[in-house]
Write a new protein. Sequence first.
Length: 345
Amino acid sequence: MSASKLERLRALAEKTDLNDQVLQDFLDGDAASGVEKRDQVAAPYTGVSTFLSTGQRQGFEGLDIALLGVPFDMGVTNRPGTRFGPGQVRQMSAMANGPKNHASGVIPGRLARFADCGDVPIASRYNLDDATREIEDFYHTVIDAGVIPLSVGGDHSISYPILKAVGRDAAVGLIQIDAHADTGGPFNGSRFHHGGPFRNAALAGVLDPERTIQIGIRGRAEPHWDFSYDSGMRVIHVEEFYELGLEAVQEEIRRVVGDGPTYVSFDVDSIDPAFTPGTGTPEVGGLLPREVQALIRGVQGLNLVGGDVVEVSPPFDQSGNTALVAATMLWEILCVLSDSFARDR
Ligand SMILES: [Mn+2]
């Protein structure tokens, strides 16, 4: 190598600021006080794990978005284990956090204040009805505080008590990414199972079925989903997803949910179990992780009022990849929620 070329390279290596000036300004600013500087990053395997490494917080004071764990799996129809989901997603969060979304350019810490507010307290460990009520009661305190909830389950039954609070003043629309429509009726004596939260929410008047779109649906549970069709939900089976293509599905999402308040619910079983085997009801033939990332980025600009990531079951997640995918989608949802919050302000 010529001496002058080597000299230029060595001079470049002395540079301390990023090429990305917006990100550099953010990292230099007060807003980023919770974000570590590049050259002072703590080892990601040290300290207490929190969702997206956002740090622990007691209460909702000074927050715009609360990241919450719901360690609950009493609603499963088959394999349990999602009570361990929040813990495992926190642990894998060190490999899925920001500060900047490389694709959308969103730096959520510039747009909103958020932290890990811990797990929803559930005292009724042996009573499904009481536990569901406790989850709902807790989320009313979140909404009372004017904070947007972003939750990690837990099985999918938790979306019903969450929506009871989120949709209490105005029924919300729903973007649901899932292998199962989860609009089934009572099952073995209970309606509070993970195959029925969106039927329950529609019947409670907190979810507008005509502003609901369910994407990635497949498998042998199909006969349980009549309520989706009968109530006017838009169901996109995985076959139609690939027939339409990503852009057309994104357009369809916008057409269905419109400008009204909308909730995002991501079930890890929407993705092919090759990537997310650690879940109670895996369905072969699913979406790719990058397709779900693109779907979530595509909802930027909509009026988003909350979201959840559900059905991570660590006992079936031997590689930890299910929790990594879940933490990554949690990050993607945080980006679009932060953007929606900032637009709304
Ligand atoms: Mn589900």
